[in-house]
Write a protein that binds this ligand. Structure first.
Ligand code: SF4
Length: 153
């Protein structure tokens, strides 16, 4: 049981707000579509278990939570690796914070083909270039986050 406790992953929803309205999304069926997790409550939940990894995602765009990078920094400072899933629309304006936060993994969950094709030549290319540049220059961040893709409709 102790072994299991040391390998727990926390899945937590930073916000239910979103700047998109994908067909597959069930946000529209939820009563509270604007709720947001506070840094204080995030810390409380994170400290309640012996977590090794935390996934920041849910029915909402995590980058719309104004305290998301404080949450990532806090978790990483506790030795808990972090993963964030984003719809990709707010990458460009948050790149510096993404790299500076110590985020371990960033996942693009794009469920709309038009958005995917819009992001692909712009922000995504920019993100990939930044990953390469940061990797080459070995800036102050520990390591650039790994980039993974999730399915899109
Ligand atoms: S980006 Fe995600 S949370 Fe936002 S509407 Fe699409 S599926 Fe829902």
């Amino acid at each position: 049981m102790n072994w299991l406790n040391r390998h727990l992953t926390l899945q937590i929803e930073p916000t239910r707000r979103c700047n998109l309205n994908c067909k597959i999304c069930m946000r529209r069926n939820l009563n509270e579509s604007n709720i947001q997790l506070s840094l204080e409550n995030f810390k409380r939940v994170l400290n309640s278990g012996n977590f090794q990894h935390v996934c920041l995602h849910g029915w909402g765009e995590p980058l719309l939570n104004s305290q998301i990078f404080q949450m990532i920094k806090y978790a990483e400072s506790q030795g808990i690796s972090t993963e964030l899933t984003t719809n990709g629309t707010l990458l460009k304006e948050n790149l510096e914070k993404i790299f500076g936060s110590g985020l371990s993994i960033i996942a693009l969950g794009i469920h709309n083909r038009e958005i995917f094709l819009f992001i692909l030549p712009q922000d995504l290319l920019y993100l990939v270039l930044q990953l390469i540049i940061v990797s080459l220059l070995q800036l102050k961040v520990k390591l650039p986050p790994a980039l993974i893709f999730q399915s899109f409709a």
